[in-house]
Write a protein that binds this ligand. Structure first.
Ligand SMILES: *Cc1c(COP(=O)(O)O)cnc(C)c1O
Length: 381
């Protein structure tokens, strides 16, 4: 059996999630906007899912907008806020150099249509330089978008500090919490965030389902038009099985989060310890203290990412080079590039990302096989 260590790309569906979804692929097929009993049953299920998702963030259910996933929620946050605030002459947005492409590419588009975007640099650990962010805020700044935890290296950002900075200056704050949602306790009432993105398939829910949390004071222009669903902010007949599954996944996540985090720390520790025992030279990319423990980005200087991944795959170990969206191309990771690591390190980086079901035994096997491969490649070169 292969070992799956690519949970930052996607996770398997939890059996309980699958079970609650099945009736909605079968007898409960109604349109939630219909007033007859077929519709009403489904409407109730969506309401329940909204409560489950909201509860996992300590949010008011009315502040949750269901979307087709993290990508759409990020795009909605960036483009929707930009459209709303440019009407007041605010056409400046601040983000970081290490965001997911759902944020970065939305920003590139905004630049093409006349917005100014500042991309804040990060340090060698992938932490944003808050001083640079402070300097970047001006009277035209509408929004700051900085991710909660990075999907390639796992580094956590000083979300509270950034949010407070934004609040002091009257600027909205969006955070992509897709990777953090399953690991960190997130309380939107305590955190100074105005918009927050989450995705279902990164927490053992189905793909094609996600949400944007929107606080009360946010003005946002819809990206879609045509119906009254999701408070007219995201019209279209709802992805009912996806939403119901997301609700259940969020409920499970919230109830096991602390335990899950502990388990992820254990796995990462085990992997690194085994690699140490194998006496293979590696470099940790990111920050071991201030990080999401399910993401472990390592470099093996003297080898290269592609060859490593191919060999690991042959040995039955599925991991990645960073973001799934850029793998398949030889492009260097924009995250590692922004961290200004040496070329050797950047070109030999791989990401192990853990999740539900992974075991310490698997970490041992992974470390052994990785060490074998690295030794072989070093001999060959
Ligand atoms: C996966 C991911 C996304 C995209 O979410 P989808 O639901 O796959 O569209 C956005 N941001 C981060 C940090 C991610 O890891």
């Amino acid at each position: 059996m292969a070992i799956y260590l690519d949970h930052a790309a996607t996770t398997p569906i939890h059996p309980d999630v699958k079970e609650v979804m099945l009736p909605f692929l079968d007898e409960w097929f109604g349109n939630p906007s219909s007033i007859h009993q077929y519709g009403r049953t489904v409407r109730m299920a969506i309401d329940r899912a909204r409560e489950q998702v909201a509860s996992a963030l300590n949010a008011d259910p009315a502040r949750i907008i269901f979307t087709s996933g993290g990508t759409e929620a990020d795009n909605f946050a960036l483009l929707g806020v930009a459209a709303a605030y440019s009407e007041q002459g605010k056409n400046h947005i601040i983000t970081s150099q290490i965001e997911h492409h759902a944020v970065l590419d939305a920003c590139k588009y905004l630049e093409r249509i006349g917005f100014d975007v500042t991309y804040i640099p990060v340090n060698h650990q992938g932490r944003i330089e808050t001083e640079a962010l402070k300097q970047a805020i001006n009277s035209k700044t509408a929004l700051i978008s900085v991710m909660y935890g990075n999907n390639e290296v796992g580094t956590l950002q000083p979300i509270e500090e950034i949010g407070n900075l934004a609040r002091d200056r009257g600027v909205l704050f969006h955070t992509d919490a897709v990777q953090a949602f399953g690991i960190e306790e997130i309380d939107v009432n305590g955190l100074p965030v105005d918009l927050l993105t989450i995705s279902s398939h990164k927490i053992n829910g189905p793909k094609g389902s996600g949400a944007l949390y929107l606080s009360k004071n946010v003005k946002i222009v819809p990206r879609l038009f045509g119906g009254s669903q999701e408070r007219r902010k995201r019209p279209g007949t709802e992805n009912v099985p996806g939403i119901v599954g997301f609700g259940k996944a969020a409920e499970i996540t919230a109830s096991v989060r602390a335990e899950h985090r502990k388990q992820m720390c254990l796995l990462r520790k085990a992997l690194l310890k085994e690699l140490d025992q194998e006496r293979v030279h590696y470099v940790v990319n990111g920050d071991l203290e201030y990080s999401l423990p399910h993401i472990c980005n390592l470099s093996f200087p003297g080898t290269d990412t592609e060859t490593l991944l191919m060999n690991l795959d042959l040995e039955g170990i599925a991991c990645a080079s960073g973001s799934a969206c850029t793998s398949g191309t030889l492009e260097v990771s924009h995250v590692l590039e922004a961290m200004h690591l040496s070329d050797e390190v950047t070109r030999s980086a791989i990401r192990f990302s853990f999740g539900r079901g992974n075991t310490v035994e698997e970490m041992k096997e992974t470390a052994k096989k990785t060490a074998q491969i690295v030794r072989r490649l070093m001999k060959e070169s």
